[in-house]
Design a protein around this ligand. Structure first.
Ligand SMILES: [Zn+2]
Length: 113
């Protein structure tokens, strides 16, 4: 149970960081208090910025989903087991990609599909 405690802490820290970032992005993407500038060229730039912010937010949210899933697996005691073949995912892989739920060969197979 304590086997993955270090990874759990790492995931919790990362989750906090991402939550903060996603919230900040959500706030700066909103224009409630600052109406769009009447100048059209500036408006275009602002809209572009919004798209970048949204993309960043999506990536963050996607990572959060993966982190939450990994944390659930740690608590359930089935963390580090490959979703594809049911084998244990090597610790080196989990260190690099703590929320990975596929072993390397299954991940490669999936990428090739
Ligand atoms: Zn596998």
């Amino acid at each position: 149970m304590k086997k993955y405690e270090a990874i759990r802490q790492q995931l919790l820290t990362r989750r906090e960081e991402l939550n903060r970032r996603v919230n900040k992005l959500a706030n700066s993407a909103r224009h409630i208090d600052e109406p769009l500038t009447p100048d059209f060229s500036e408006q275009a730039v602002e809209r572009q910025n919004d798209e970048v912010l949204e993309a960043l937010g999506d990536a963050g949210r996607h990572e959060l989903v993966q982190i939450n899933r990994a944390l659930t697996h740690i608590e359930a005691g089935n963390y580090g087991i490959c979703d594809g073949c049911g084998k244990t995912i090597p610790a080196e892989r989990l260190e690099v990609l703590p929320y990975s739920d596929l072993c390397i060969s299954c991940a490669e197979k999936q990428a090739a599909d």
